[in-house]
Design a protein around this ligand. Structure first.
Ligand code: CP3
Length: 346
């Protein structure tokens, strides 16, 4: 595989000494970009995901318009439950909507572990199209939801603040919950291997809903499964684990084959460095809402964040996905502040 011309992101994942960290933004492909809104008005969500030319066009938008050091494929974590035979819809004001949630042993028995090459070939086609469009300028990140986060949507049937129905299944019928989590894990391993074979340079696992679990339940119902994925892939490709709200698990996660750990804005750089032993590459953790601050404030806070994390073993990013109401010039100010950062020499 060719090394991209801008390989700062891959170097940070390897722990190379750098003068400035690389920068990208979670959920950078879509949401706040006016050109994306135009495509959104024309094509429904899954059409955008399933059409390789459209996915590639949306993926390269932030590279051309904002100048991030890495691209993340336009897709969604919910294409996995779809491929497992579960109906997933995207409703304009509700978000993800699964009309037939998985809640019983019989439901779990019906869930398939599919041939990902057949059901998700459009994602691999999207990767190949995107690599052509990127022309080796920057690396491409592939991703999946963690088994726990996918389980949350499959069982709850929609987004939730508490995911109480998903947790209820774990606590009342743990054997059924574990069977479903294992099916999701097996599918995700095959899916990410296929993404790697199609040419992505790195992978990120999004455990967006890990933080609804207690530390003990996190180990049982979430980390145990994400770790299987990291064990299966970590020797072949750099894997970034982003577990939102799970600072308490950083120490355990740092012992695995991950190349980097994502940090949200509720955890200080100092605490994250302490918990992960000092040398692990960390990614994050600018509060996405802080991009609503005036530009000089964004610039100052971005520089402060780099001072706190350091320029080596660090990837500048947000602490979660960019919000749809962020002005484009504010997002660009964040990225530019990282790119123009130079260490203070004393
Ligand atoms: O990073 C990127 O920009 C690449 C594309 C990407 C999307 N979803 C596109 C999308 C990525 C990496 C995701 C991941 C994702 N999807 C996560 C994990 C990251 C996170 O934010 O926690 C989760 C939990 C989902 C599930 C999901 N998909 C939700 C809750 C929603 C609705 C609300 C929203 O905008 O987040 C989606 C829809 C979705 N996925 C949109 C986009 C651009 C918006 C809908 C649309 O464009 O029609």
């Amino acid at each position: 595989m060719n090394t991209p011309k801008n390989d700062l992101f891959l170097k940070a994942l390897q722990g190379a000494t750098l003068d400035r960290p690389p920068v990208w933004m979670m959920r950078q492909a879509g949401r706040y970009l006016p050109d994306f809104m135009k495509l959104k008005a024309k094509y429904d969500f899954f059409t955008r995901c399933q059409t390789p030319e459209l996915a590639a066009e949306i993926t390269v938008m932030p590279i051309d318009q904002i100048g991030t050091d890495a691209a993340i494929l336009f897709s969604d974590i919910l294409v996995v439950p779809q491929a497992m035979g579960v109906d997933v819809q995207m409703k304009p004001d509700i978000g993800p909507w699964l009309p037939n949630p998985v809640r019983t042993q019989a439901d779990v028995d019906r869930v398939e572990v599919p041939d990902v090459h057949e059901r998700l070939h459009y994602v691999m086609d999207g990767i190949r199209h995107t690599l052509e469009r990127l022309d080796n300028e920057v690396p491409l990140i592939g991703f999946a939801g963690s088994p726990w986060t996918i389980f949350c949507y499959m069982v709850q049937g929609q987004g939730s603040k508490t995911f109480d129905k998903a947790k209820a299944l774990c606590f009342s019928e743990p054997a059924v919950a574990h069977q479903l989590l294992q099916k999701i894990t097996d599918t995700t391993i095959a899916y990410l291997k296929a993404k790697r074979a199609a040419g992505v340079h790195a992978l990120q696992l999004f455990d967006s809903w890990g933080g609804v679990l207690s530390p003990e339940d996190y180990t049982t119902f979430s980390w145990g499964y994400s770790k299987q994925i990291i064990d299966a892939l970590g020797d072949e490709v750099p894997v970034i684990m982003f577990a939102k709200g799970c600072w308490y698990a950083l120490q355990e996660m740092a012992q695995s084959k991950v190349s980097a750990l994502g940090i949200d804005w509720t955890c200080t750089a100092r605490n994250a460095r302490y918990l992960t032993g000092g040398k692990m590459t960390l990614q994050g953790n600018f509060d996405p809402s802080r991009l609503l601050s005036p530009i000089p404030e964004i610039q100052k806070r971005t520089r402060d964040m780099i001072e706190q994390f350091g320029t080596t073993n660090y990837i500048a990013n947000l602490g979660h996905g960019i919000l749809p109401n962020i002005p484009v010039d504010h997002a660009k100010a964040f990225v530019d502040a990282v790119k123009s950062y130079r260490p203070r020499r004393y």
